[in-house]
Design a protein around this ligand. Structure first.
Ligand SMILES: Cc1cc2nc3c(=O)[nH]c(=O)nc-3n(C[C@H](O)[C@H](O)[C@H](O)COP(=O)(O)OP(=O)(O)OC[C@H]3O[C@@H](n4cnc5c(N)ncnc54)[C@H](O)[C@@H]3O)c2cc1C
Length: 425
């Protein structure tokens, strides 16, 4: 058995992939530690792009990163698998057996020992247990779900073209995900129309349902109003103060008794931690199931278990469940680990609000800058859309380094030039 310090990271999303890359490149490469990343998927994706994969306006094969390739380049190990047990006393995690689509066992149940366990398993939309939602709605929380939605979307678009009919889609959740998805679906049809596809925006009816009084509640009121106007100009119906009470095969039911008919239904409301956080017996969890951590990002009852990103909750000073917060936490914690394994203390994490951006495809975008930057206030149009892209490019720099990140950006530009920028097959 190796006598090197063993880091096990569960969840290779935004926070986990950045941590594994940094720790592998430093402590792993120098032989000071063994770094293992576990993820249920074979590929890492930038989650804020999922709505583009769902609409078919970004090719996911070009924007996903193989964990195996990243692990071999950055000196960490990758274990595919779903977390299925945690033995805190023995300091071991267990992974469920892995099966292929036909149910053949690919990998048996496995266990792995750790000296420090870093949990970064993200979050999911929250259906609050309402009837019919899991059976009848699409979720866009991972690559598989985004692909499943895209397959269905393209089939229904083809059917609508064949029958000269319309396609009705309803999305629940007026946060960034729901708003961006609604706009991106329109963008998909606009782009397809440029290639002569026989359906246009007017044949697509998208309804956005939000329980609160306004969409984009995390943004200033003026941004909510502007984006609502922009969505309505695209032909999207926006219902605010709309309490969804359930779904069936043909649409959503609202608290006031009305029905919203839709062939394709998406649930993009609420945030909750994945069920796997219940495996950490004896650890504190928040109301949405996140692991409660101290500002050092150590869980309140176990110094060897860390949690960061969407699945964590800092009781003293909660941070938003965003890509920006996940990246800041990963950056902070990974730089603290060398000192900590040498017996030093971990400096507390301080969140820096660098603003938020929402992008409505090519149509418009808004951003706010944190109170420490230029006094705040909304940014409109192009700068906000570029800001949205910039977050992704910074993430690519962190995991690939500047040369590869620049090459990836160049390849994306070239790809847009030579390939249709919407999935037409
Ligand atoms: C459509 C969409 C658009 C968004 N747009 C924005 C935006 O514009 N700006 C913004 O700041 N934020 C946005 N977000 C939110 C942002 O994506 C998240 O806050 C961010 O991804 C959180 O990072 P994370 O590292 O905590 O988790 P994630 O990036 O979600 O990664 C979690 C990882 O854990 C793995 N995993 C989960 N469970 C298990 C398990 N049991 N065993 C093993 N592995 C597991 C998953 O496969 C995944 O790789 C958006 C989210 C969505 C869905």
């Amino acid at each position: 058995m190796s006598d090197r310090f063993r880091f096990v990271i569960v969840g290779g999303g935004i926070a986990g992939m950045e941590m594994a890359t940094y720790l592998g490149n430093t402590l792993g490469r120098s032989g000071q530690a063994e770094v293992t990343l576990i993820d249920s998927s074979f590929f890492h994706v930038w989650k804020p792009m999922l709505h583009e994969f769902a609409a078919g306006t970004s090719p996911n094969d070009r924007n996903r990163v193989s964990f195996l390739a990243q692990a071999s380049r950055k000196s960490f190990k990758y274990w595919p698998g779903v977390l299925d047990g945690v033995d805190r006393a023995a300091r071991q995690v267990e992974l469920a057996p892995m099966e292929d689509e036909r149910g053949n066992v690919l990998l048996d149940r496995r266990s792995l020992s750790y000296d420090a366990l870093i949990v970064s398993i993200g979050s999911r939309a929250n259906d609050f247990g309402l009837p019919g939602i899991t059976e009848h709605c699409h979720f866009i929380d991972n690559l598989t779900e985004a692909d499943a939605f895209n397959t269905r979307f393209r089939s229904l678009v083809l059917q609508a073209i064949g029958q000269s009919g319309t396609l009705q889609i309803a999305i629940v959740g007026g946060g960034a995900t729901g708003v961006e998805l609604a706009a991106e679906l329109h963008r998909a049809l606009d782009l397809a129309a440029n290639y002569g596809a026989g359906m246009n925006r007017a044949d697509l009816h998208v309804t956005l349902l939000e329980a609160g009084p306004r969409i984009l509640p995390a943004f200033p009121e003026a941004v909510s109003e502007d984006s609502r106007r922009q969505l309505e100009a695209l032909g999207i119906t926006v219902h605010t103060s709309a309490q969804v009470t359930g779904a069936d095969a043909d649409g959503f039911l609202l608290g006031d008794g009305t029905r919203i008919d839709a062939r394709l239904k998406v649930w993009a409301a609420g945030v909750k931690a994945p069920a796997a956080t219940t495996l950490f017996e004896g650890l504190e969890r928040s109301r949405s199931g996140q692991l409660v951590v101290r500002p050092t990002l150590q869980t309140t009852r176990d110094d060897r278990i860390f949690a960061l990103g969407d699945c964590s909750f800092i009781a003293e000073k909660p941070v938003p469940a965003t890509a920006q917060a996940a990246r800041q936490q990963a950056r902070h914690l990974s730089r603290q680990m060398k000192g900590w394994i040498g017996g030093g203390a971990i400096a507390p994490f301080h969140y820096r609000d660098r603003g938020a951006v929402v992008s409505l495809g090519d149509y418009n975008g808004w951003g706010t800058l944190g109170k420490y930057h230029f006094g705040g206030g909304p940014l409109r149009g192009l700068p906000a859309r570029l800001g949205h892209d910039m977050l992704y490019r910074q993430h690519q720099m962190e995991i690939h380094g500047p040369a590869r990140a620049l090459a990836a950006w160049g390849a994306d530009q070239l790809d847009e030039f030579v390939r249709p920028i919407v999935r037409l097959d």
